[in-house]
Write a protein that binds this ligand. Structure first.
Ligand SMILES: Cc1cc2nc3c(=O)[nH]c(=O)nc-3n(C[C@H](O)[C@H](O)[C@H](O)COP(=O)(O)OP(=O)(O)OC[C@H]3O[C@@H](n4cnc5c(N)ncnc54)[C@H](O)[C@@H]3O)c2cc1C
Length: 393
């Protein structure tokens, strides 16, 4: 395996880090201090600066204004951007737009590319991926999808109930997973549809309040009620919904890991700085072995996480599906991030809990990563199946 980061990619990662330090962290501090939420105007302002710094849509082709980096090359760039929760949004590599751009780039036809991908890649629109349903619909088990699309005089009419659709408050269009043929296995009978936000039949019920500060764009609950779409709204092909979802979710899980590694790395730096200045019991906190071990465990685990990301990314780059490796990386990195953030809050004591530092916000926000894009238990199930297949009697 070759995990070499080319020189030009190192330079981009360096530039991304500089940009986050100079432009993003001051805004992050301001929002923390005032308790305000990020507005679209603030984001657009950051994006103008990011483009001027030569940082834009790292995964998109150069023709689309992007940087054409491979899945392996984006790792250090996403980590650098991910040193603030605002960084990936600023350089246009945040979920869900980043995964949706990847999906559209691979599967949209010419008209869909022009209508949906082009403005999205330029940062003029936002997008949402609408798969999860509240119980008794599809969550961890996507085969339980209840949203149905039925043919009606050449169109498709969708009815269903979704929730936790990220960016649902601001998305200009939704990518909707719906069952088109209930008589076959869901893996063959499910289709993805592209629906502009203003299509009659899309009813946003509410933004679902989630743990920690409000997320930009929200995580909405939606009713699709007699949502009528033309056949041209199908992304990929009829019955290919799960295949497309898998092609989106594999890399998207890894990019979440890359971005969260940036947050955890910065948390470790903040905690180490605090521990090296703060005195207790006759010395700095760094002179106490239990604090040293928390720092060492965090450093070691972050390194292990990066290696798992690199291995899965390398396999994807070779054209493998890398399902098991992606699951291993997702479980381990999500759990490592939680442990690192927990230790960093602990080391910073009361200041760690306060909103003076971003640690408490990150600690709250990171918790969801063990659930979204597949709960840890579901990914462990994927790994266990592989182990049993290989070694079972
Ligand atoms: C912040 C956030 C953003 C999200 N954004 C989106 C989005 O943009 N689009 C979208 O479609 N969805 C989104 N989701 C939904 C997310 O993908 C689901 O929450 C996730 O797939 C789990 O489904 P569920 O919540 O229905 O949990 P459930 O299916 O009810 O599972 C609950 C728990 O059961 C356990 N469990 C499940 N299966 C197994 C098993 N086989 N073995 C052992 N234990 C198991 C796990 O601990 C799991 O956490 C988002 C969720 C969050 C929290």
């Amino acid at each position: 395996m070759d995990f070499t980061i080319p020189r030009h990619v190192e330079a981009i990662a360096h530039r991304a880090r500089q940009f986050v330090d100079d432009e993003v962290i001051p805004l992050e501090s301001e929002l923390l201090r005032t308790g305000a939420d990020l507005s679209i105007e603030m984001l657009q302002d950051l994006r103008v600066k990011a483009k001027a710094a030569g940082l834009w849509a790292p995964t998109m082709p150069v023709d689309w204004g992007g940087m054409a980096l491979s899945i392996q090359e984006i790792a250090p760039v996403f980590e650098a951007a991910g040193r603030s929760l605002l960084g990936p949004m600023a350089i246009h590599c945040a979920a869900p737009d980043e995964g949706n751009m990847h999906l559209l780039h691979n599967w949209a036809n010419e008209q869909q590319t022009e209508r949906y991908l082009a403005p999205l890649a330029r940062g003029e629109t936002f997008s949402a991926f609408s798969m999860t349903e509240p119980p008794p619909g599809a969550g961890s088990d996507p085969r339980m999808l209840r949203t149905r699309a039925r043919r009606d005089s050449g169109d498709w009419v969708i009815n269903g109930h979704k929730w936790l659709t990220t960016y649902g408050e601001i998305a200009d269009f939704f990518i909707i997973m719906a069952v088109t043929d209930p008589d076959v296995h869901p893996y063959q009978g499910t289709t993805q549809f592209l629906a502009p936000r203003d299509t009659p039949g899309i009813k946003i019920l509410r933004d679902v309040p989630v743990m920690g500060a409000k997320d930009f764009g929200g995580h909405v609950e939606i009713l699709y009620e007699d949502l009528r779409l033309p056949a041209s709204a199908i992304l990929g092909g009829e019955g290919q919904g799960f295949m497309l979802a898998q092609s989106r979710l594999g890399p998207a899980r890894l990019t979440h890991c890359m971005r969260w590694t940036g947050i955890a790395q910065r948390a470790l730096e903040i905690a180490t700085e605090y521990a090296s200045e703060r005195e207790a019991f006759g010395g700095t906190l760094t002179s106490h072995q239990s604090v040293q071990w928390m720092l060492a465990d965090s450093e070691m685990e972050l390194k292990m996480g990066r290696l798992l990301i690199h291995e899965a990314a390398w396999r994807l780059a070779q054209g493998e599906q890398a399902r098991v490796e992606t699951s291993i990386a997702k479980v381990q990195v999500a759990e490592i991030i939680d442990r690192v953030l927990d230790r960093c809050v602990q080391i910073c004591g009361g200041r760690g809990i306060s909103r003076d530092l971003p640690l408490s916000t990150w600690y709250e926000k990171a918790r969801a990563f063990r659930i979204y894009d597949g709960a840890s238990e579901v990914h462990r199930m994927v790994v266990a199946r592989d182990v049993i297949k290989r070694y079972g009697a």
